[in-house]
Design a protein around this ligand. Structure first.
Ligand code: AP5
Length: 223
């Protein structure tokens, strides 16, 4: 596929697969919006909003936040964007109910989800990626202590902010996140496979290698 216009892409995969890392790169390369429901939820929690208060306990346990809360949050986010010209959805949708809601929202904008990229990464690698992840508290850029370290330990290269581990990157919570993910993934992927827009991509390798595979996968989707 020649990417000649803004498009809508969803990057899916298990916890730590690299969804955030790669969705940010794709958004920047193709000039798309970037929507991470995980980042939006953490922002709601940090600002102690009503929605954040409702979501926090689910997140701390590593469970999915109920679909109704996600729907409210995504709707509000979409309405706050001016001049919607395509988006890289990061870890969204996670359930078939969320997928149907997104279909409806995009239809109102006269758009549709063009491609779904699924990152395949084995469990032992996922645990290592989650436990080594550090995120900037100021600007949100994500690092890894071994695979993608900052130039100066604990300090963000981009803005000089402080790097910290996420609360839900404790091993017991990571395992629950994996369980919650598995409970919903098969039905979701089956839905997109049936539409012919699902591309499964090997998520193991350097970030550049994975990025190149994703771009190839986007090109392979007929529109
Ligand atoms: P969310 O923040 O989305 O967490 P997640 O799905 O568990 O995914 P992660 O953010 O952990 O990982 P990622 O795949 O983005 O990987 P990353 O690029 O950071 O959600 C958190 C919680 O919010 C959920 O548990 C749930 O409670 C709730 N939630 C969110 N969305 C929801 C929804 N739609 N519905 C219901 N509930 C929802 O990479 C991980 C690490 O690996 C980093 O350190 C990175 O530097 C490193 N890395 C990246 N690529 C590579 C590579 N190729 N090789 C080696 N290391 C790499």
């Amino acid at each position: 596929m020649m990417v000649t216009r803004a498009f809508d892409v969803s990057v899916l995969g298990p916890p730590g697969a690299g969804k955030g890392t790669q969705a940010a790169r794709l958004a920047s390369a193709f000039d798309l919006l970037h929507l991470s429901t995980g980042d939006l939820l953490r922002d709601e929690v940090a600002r102690a909003t009503f929605l954040g208060g409702e979501a926090q306990a689910f997140m701390e346990r590593g469970e999915l936040v109920p679909d109704e809360l996600i729907a409210k949050m995504v709707l509000r986010w979409l309405h706050s964007q001016q001049g919607y010209l395509g988006c890289a959805y990061d870890g969204y949708p996670r359930t078939t109910q969320q997928a149907h809601l997104l279909d409806g929202l995009l239809a109102e904008l006269n758009r549709r989800l063009d491609v779904v990229l699924f990152l395949n990464v084995p469990d032992d690698e996922l645990v290592a990626r989650n436990s080594g992840r550090r995120a900037c508290q100021a600007c949100g850029v994500v690092y890894h202590v071994a695979n993608h370290p900052p130039a100066k330990e604990g300090v963000c290269d981009a803005c000089g902010g402080e790097l910290a581990q996420r609360d839900d990157d404790r091993e017991d919570v990571v395992r629950e996140r994996l369980r919650a993910y598995r409970e919903n993934a098969d039905a979701l992927l089956a839905l997109y496979k049936a539409r012919g827009i699902l591309r499964q991509v090997n998520g193991v390798g350097t970030q550049d290698e994975v990025y190149r595979r994703l771009r190839e996968a986007i090109r392979s989707v007929k529109r």
